[in-house]
Design a protein around this ligand. Structure first.
Ligand code: HEM
Length: 439
């Protein structure tokens, strides 16, 4: 296998840098599934329940952000040609702060107690700050004409805003309820988190990985030039009513900004699906199917969003917000990240073994590192879980089969990742015997 052109793999960090994050992520999603089984249909009663808030952060911080942080630390030297300084130390520190941080945050919500929340604030604030400084320096040094780098910069800024608002909300939770308009702040926090941090990073990274891993034509330049800018600008506009309440932003303008953000995301999903239909290799693989499923879920979320906006005056679509949130997180974001892991992980293992064994010993190919049947089994569990999760917003009892299937899919994902890592460990042990220079 040849290395994709235009990418610099020479400065790639040690394999443990991204792997510690990749191996932790499914365990948080599994914990979320167990919580869903424990709390059952009552989860659908209100979004403000401690159980819902705990579950939300096990998924958004524990699964999504964990995997995204690992992927960014890995990708920066390769895609941007600008490595993070001291990657091993940074990865260790960020991981050691985020893992207990997410657990304390979830525990703080569940126990309704201030002290775990305060500990979480220190751990999460510290971990995300170390990550933002290390990655921020690397992104500032990278060439700015690369649309993936631009997307990553906006995503990092969005993570900063999300974390700052999250810490404000957590302080409200841990001390006394001092925050005026906390519902609005929560909505702003989740918009920056889901559309900004998750959405902008997925868009920016897609420009590179969809053509590279799914062998599609490149994204049109006319799109890559404006998409992330526009989404970021719209997020800033969303924040005006909260930052400047005296500005009296008319309701219609706020609705127009929301619809414009949906149009940006719809353009991204439609173009991605079109590019995938033009790919050079007609065989479908697991990553491609995960991404197609993710894009379909994103389009469904946008349709629900538009239905919600247009039916505002005539009454709400039942369960529409909850269903949209479930489909965005589990259907779109988890699918895309899961699909990415199935390309990045075998590729990284193959790449590191290739350089360790220097062609002296046979390096297993990517299919041997991550066998297709195991990935497909996990994919089908996920594809069954997501529609049931979405529908549980309407029929809460469906949360039981949905959470069971989702939990099983995460067990299998962890198993697949661990098996691949075991292949790496087994072959890497040969390196010092064959090639003493690697010791
Ligand atoms: C430093 C990290 C974070 C902290 C301390 C934090 C804290 C909080 C708090 C305290 C709330 C509850 C607000 C309330 O009920 O008063 C909340 C809500 C929420 N957060 Fe975070 N958060 C963080 C990161 C994130 C990230 C990265 C995302 C998404 C990618 C996210 C998504 C959400 C969502 C979706 C809600 C609303 C849940 C609902 O309405 O049921 N949070 N956050």
């Amino acid at each position: 296998m040849s290395l994709p052109s235009g990418l610099s793999f020479a400065q790639a960090p040690p394999i443990t840098v991204p792997f510690r994050f990749f191996l932790s992520a499914p365990l948080f999603a599994l914990l979320a599934a167990l919580l869903a089984l424990w709390f059952g249909p009552s989860l659908m009663d209100s979004r403000w329940q401690p159980s819902v808030l705990a579950l939300t952060h096990l998924m958004t911080l524990g699964f999504l952000s964990m995997a995204m942080v690992g992927a960014m630390l890995q990708m920066l030297p390769v895609i941007a040609g600008s490595p993070v300084a001291h990657p091993v130390g940074v990865a260790r520190a960020v991981h050691l702060l985020l893992v207990p941080g997410v657990l304390f945050l979830a525990g703080g919500f569940l126990l309704g107690s201030s002290w775990p929340m305060r500990v979480a604030m220190v751990l999460l604030g510290g971990g995300l700050l170390v990550f933002a400084i290390a990655v921020g320096i690397s992104l500032a040094r990278a060439a700015s004409d690369n649309p993936t780098v631009v997307g990553m910069r906006f995503a990092l800024a969005a993570l900063g805003v999300t974390a700052a608002l999250g810490l404000i909300l957590a302080s409200n939770f841990s001390w006394e309820w001092w925050l005026v308009g906390w519902v609005q702040v929560t909505n702003l926090h989740l918009t920056w988190g889901l559309l900004g941090w998750v959405g902008l990073l997925v868009i920016g990274v897609s420009y590179q990985v969809v053509p590279m891993f799914q062998l599609t034509p490149a994204y049109p330049k006319s799109l890559t030039r404006w998409l992330t800018w526009t989404l970021f600008a719209l997020l800033l506009l969303c924040s005006v009513p909260w930052l400047l309440p005296e500005a009296g932003v008319p309701e219609q303008l706020a609705v127009a900004v929301g619809l414009a953000a949906m149009a940006v995301l719809a353009a991204f999903a439609v173009v991605t699906l079109r590019l995938q239909s033009q790919r050079r290799r007609k065989q479908s693989d697991v990553t491609l199917l995960f991404w197609r499923f993710g894009m379909a879920c994103l389009l469904l979320v946008l349709m629900l969003g538009i239905a919600g906006q247009t039916m505002r005056d005539t009454g709400n679509v039942p369960g529409e917000n909850l269903m949209a949130a479930l489909l965005f997180i589990a259907g779109f974001a988890v699918s895309v990240v899961n699909g990415m892991l199935y390309k990045i992980v075998p590729f990284l293992i193959w790449f590191h073994l290739q350089s360790l064994l220097m062609g002296v010993a046979k390096v297993p190919n990517m299919r041997q590192i991550m066998p297709e049947p195991g990935m497909r089994r996990q994919m089908w569990l996920h594809f069954l879980a997501v529609p049931l999760l979405g529908l549980s917003a309407l029929w809460p009892l469906l949360i039981y089969p949905a959470a069971l299937l989702f939990g099983a899919s995460m067990v299998l994902l962890e198993f697949n990742l661990l098996s691949a890592f075991r292949v790496y460990r087994k072959h890497a042990k040969l390196a010092p015997e064959i090639n003493p220079k690697t010791t």
